[in-house]
Design a binder for this molecule. Sequence first.
Ligand code: AGP
Length: 607
Amino acid sequence: MCGILGYVGPQNVSEVLIEGLRKLEYRGYDSTGIAVFSKGDFQLYRSKGKIAALVEKIGSEKPQGHSGIGHTRWATHGKPSDENAHPHRSENLVLVHNGIIENHVEIRQELESRGVCFSSETDTEVIPHLMEHCVKEGMSIEDALYSCIAKLKGAFAIAVFSKQQPEKIYAAKNASPIILGIGQGENFISSDIPAILDHTRKVVVLEDGEVAMIDREKYWITDFDRNPIERDPKEITWSRIAAEKEGYKHFMLKEIYEQPRALADCLRGRVDEKQYLPALPEVSLPKLESMHRVILIACGTSWHAALVAKYWMESFIKIPVEVEVSSEFRYRDPVLDSNTLVILISQSGETADTLAAMTKAKPSGARMISICNVIDSSIARKSDDVMYTHAGPEIGVASTKAFTTQLTALALLTLAIAYQRKSISNAEVRDMTQQLLHLPSLIEECLDMNPHVEKLAKELIDVRDVLYIGRGSSYAIALEGALKLKEISYIHAEGYMGGELKHGPIALIDKDLPVVALVSGGPTYEKMLSNIEEVKARGAFVIGVCEQGDQKVQKQSRGILEVPQTSDFLRPIVESIPLQLLSYHVAEQRGCDVDQPRNLAKSVTVE
Ligand code: AGP
């Protein structure tokens, strides 16, 4: 998720772009850049790091001009560096992009065969060169733009302009956001509202499959087939900080709602949609042929993702799988060998304990794959292969979209290995791959329950303890639900195996102790139903997480969190959504600092 910005108008464009990009930094901040049309050519400035680094690089003599584009990057392809920073240019064109071009390798190979030289590792750089190629064949920039976007596969929000028409900036949108800011004698293109609120509150939102053009006086919109679209500006009433959260009260709630898009981005380019098979270009599967054991290592929520993956890997790859907490593993003398696959899971890619665990495992010759969200992070760089979750920046300390995209990446990896080793049938791999493609819409359905969860949360805001119980892979979700609640609402919460209640914890049950039971199906459904009856008989306040319309659970529960019917395979991912919402609303109603809970940091880079 990056931030793009374009401006045409009477103001000094460098100032407009720099100030605007500062307000888009929450969308990504590993490199930034601007391109200003000045003295007959593009003045391009790009820098690894945040806006401050770019401002330093530009110096006091900011380029003077009245049209330009800018970008703040959350890297997806190509490490954070000056060369990979946007804007990217060809001879006559300069462009910024937010999204993932799935077929960038083929396009790059075709252009290189025609003698085009590339200066970056990014997927983005193929776009200006592809357009330039069309312009050199006699097309106008507009014709070149329409011709180029017809060839692009994947998500893109682009702003592009040429030296020949420097006061016309074009935009094209598919699956990544773009808005137009409409001013007096000036106009803007932006990923999001915060960047333009200091200049105008009149906004036109582009839809997927649309192209737009702005100059000082006007804008127009068409669809990808060049059919004109009339759309009047809307007045924005948000404050700027509200706009950064896109109107949500907290980043955490925004990130919970971003999950359908984040999961779609995580799946993008990793499924052969003709055959419905996983296709992981970033993982050298043949090197896993001799693998006879898997060890998953992580902390916190990422460790819960590892616990879920254990169930999948044992079922579908049929080899022993162990799950380790990084801070314990690093101080043990683990027995590993070159036929062990070590999978490190870390949103930040900088967690000290997980880094240390990696260092401990490395001498064994075990193959190291990491599942990270931050491109080129320390754990990612030190791995043999890395699968990025493409969740975009997660600002809230409590991990939500990072968790569900970790599970999605782990599910893809599991299916890809199972397919390669033929440990399950191709039909089973296809079926589960198709299920994964359907996951974003399942999550959308879960989010529809938010108003109900908000109401139910009211009943928990004054409790002291909550017990979460689950079995199988839902036990990991019980742990995750408990962690979410305790880390943002400061209510003590524990996740427990349903089958363990009778071995001690049931002594805890007394009148009105909330017990959140994950009982949305699967082989242990009846056992979980018994657990609910046991605790209800002792006065517990049961909240049942169950399939929509499950009367049995409803009869036994004082509160219900319904999820759409799904398979054992996807159940843990789906069950985590209502628990994210429950913890959010309890914390918010208790007046806690939801995005920055006390004593916590987003990335634990110390021991
Ligand atoms: C999750 O809600 C917590 N913020 C925390 O447990 C987190 O998952 C843990 O610190 C691991 O972080 P990582 O994924 O960046 O390694």
